[in-house]
Design a binder for this molecule. Structure first.
Ligand SMILES: [Zn+2]
Ligand SMILES: [Zn+2]
Length: 157
C-alpha cells in the first residue's frame, strides 16, 4: 500500500462512514512513533503511521483512519474536534472508531524489556528503583540525604 492507495482508502471511508468527502491529503509518515496517525490542523491533512498497517493489519488501519476523520470533519465544521469534546466522543461512537490506538507490538516488546536500576542509600539503606540511571554524585537519598550507591540492573521479563 502506498500513499495513493491510502488516499483512496481515506476518501472511501469518509464517504461510506461519514457521508462526507475528504478533500485534503492523506499520507504515510514514517517518523510517527507512538501514534497510529495524526490530523494536522494547519493543512487539514492526515498522516498515518505505516508500522501500524505492517504490524497490526488493515482492520487496525481502518480504525485509525476513522479516528483521524473524526478530528478532520469536526474541525472543518467548527465543532469540538478534541479528544475531550463531547462532539468528538459522540462521533467516535457513531462511526465505531477507537478512542485510542493500540500499542504497536514492537513497542509492547520494548516496554516488556524495560530495565530497572536499583540504588541503595549508603546511610539508611533505603532502596530506590529507577527506570533510568541517575548521577549518584548529584542525587542523594530523599529521606536522609545520604549518598546513593548503584546495586544492580534488572530487566523485566
Ligand atoms: Zn486523536
Ligand atoms: Zn538514606
Amino acid at each position: 500500500m502506498d500513499d495513493k492507495d491510502l488516499q483512496y482508502l481515506v476518501e472511501k471511508i469518509s464517504l461510506y462512514e461519514f457521508g462526507k468527502h475528504f478533500q485534503h491529503t492523506a499520507m504515510f509518515n514514517s517518523r510517527l512513533r507512538t501514534t497510529g496517525g495524526r490530523y494536522l490542523l494547519q493543512s487539514h491533512n492526515i498522516e498515518i503511521n505505516k508500522k501500524y498497517l505492517d504490524q497490526l493489519g488493515e482492520e487496525e488501519l481502518v480504525g485509525i483512519i476513522k479516528h483521524e476523520l473524526c478530528h478532520y470533519h469536526l474541525h472543518i465544521e467548527g465543532k469540538g474536534y478534541q479528544h475531550r469534546d463531547r462532539d468528538f466522543r459522540e462521533l467516535l461512537t457513531k462511526v465505531k472508531a477507537p478512542r485510542f490506538c493500540s500499542m504497536l507490538p514492537e513497542r509492547k516488546e520494548q516496554k516488556r524489556l524495560q530495565k530497572t536500576i536499583i540504588y541503595r542509600c549508603t546511610n539508611c539503606q533505603l532502596v530506590y528503583h529507577r527506570k533510568r540511571s541517575i548521577n549518584t554524585e548529584k542525587y542523594v537519598c530523599g529521606k536522609c540525604r545520604g549518598k546513593l550507591k548503584f546495586v544492580k540492573e534488572l530487566t523485566n521479563r
